[in-house]
Design a protein around this ligand. Structure first.
Ligand SMILES: Cc1cc2nc3c(=O)[nH]c(=O)nc-3n(C[C@H](O)[C@H](O)[C@H](O)COP(=O)(O)OP(=O)(O)OC[C@H]3O[C@@H](n4cnc5c(N)ncnc54)[C@H](O)[C@@H]3O)c2cc1C
Length: 222
């Protein structure tokens, strides 16, 4: 089943990441961290489905998506760049494996942070951010989505690492087992993992080497 929703607003969060807000279909239910298939209501694009995570909360009366665009792919995110307020998207099925289970470490690569935007927003609203941490891997500082927001929300529990830029005060390189180990608070923590496939494989390897059991790993590849 697909439902048409109008775009309410569209703005840039970084040089290539859009925040798109739309109407919300009546009765649409999801949990913070979940995603939905989206297509564009334009001739020939209605069935070109791409997955995007809700970065609004289930109780909000609008939908919000935080979307990294790839104009060079010539795909759907390029098409989204040319849409304006009043244009329509189709919202298809809701799905997604990332759901909050308890305190731990969120580990994100690039746009893989979107489920954690929603989950941390919900925890903030419930006053339950606690000792949760976010390790956020990006190529450069300019790629960090919502840097100010996470900084204010998490303070020293917001850890950035840049793979393609050296920048004062930021870690440089890729997420390592040592980096994760340094931030483990104790047993029974959850490890939430979302990003591109190669990053996911590497980080899952690190978690295994640190003896983290599968039941404590919550993940989704983008
Ligand atoms: C559950 C889930 C949730 C997601 N949530 C989000 C989210 O909230 N925000 C977000 O930003 N992303 C999210 N993603 C990722 C998002 O779905 C993809 O980035 C998006 O589908 C890309 O669509 P596209 O049509 O622009 O490009 P693609 O579908 O990647 O590519 C379009 C065309 O370009 C080609 N192509 C692929 N790679 C390259 C390349 N490197 N150079 C040139 N051409 C290439 C492809 O072959 C294809 O023909 C999510 C993914 C999943 C699985």
């Amino acid at each position: 089943m697909k439902q048409a929703v109008k775009i309410i607003s569209k703005k840039y969060l970084t040089h290539d990441v859009l925040r798109i807000m739309t109407e919300k279909p009546v009765g649409l239910a999801f949990e913070a961290g979940q995603a939905v298939d989206i297509s564009i209501n334009k001739k020939g694009l209605e069935e070109e489905l791409r997955s995007f995570t809700f970065t609004s909360l289930p109780e909000d009366d609008y939908l919000e998506f935080t979307i990294k665009t790839y104009p060079s792919h010539g795909g759907i995110t390029q098409q989204l760049l040319s849409l304006a307020e009043g244009d329509e998207l189709f919202v298809h099925d809701v799905y997604g494996d990332i759901i909050y289970k308890g305190e731990g470490i969120f580990i994100a690569g690039g746009a893989g942070v979107t489920p954690f935007i929603a989950i941390l927003k919900q925890l903030e609203k419930q006053n339950e951010v606690g000792a949760n941490k976010l390790i956020f891997a990006n190529k450069t500082k300019a790629d960090i989505i919502l840097e100010e927001h996470f900084h204010k929300l998490l303070g020293k529990n917001f850890i950035n690492i840049l793979s393609s830029q050296q920048y004062d005060g930021y870690l440089q390189g890729y997420i390592s087992a040592e980096l994760i180990k340094k931030h483990i608070n104790g047993d029974g923590q959850y490890y939430y993992l979302c990003g591109p496939e190669p990053m996911m494989q590497a980080v899952e390897g690190h978690l295994t080497s640190l003896g983290i059991a599968d039941q404590f790993i919550v993940k989704e590849a983008f």
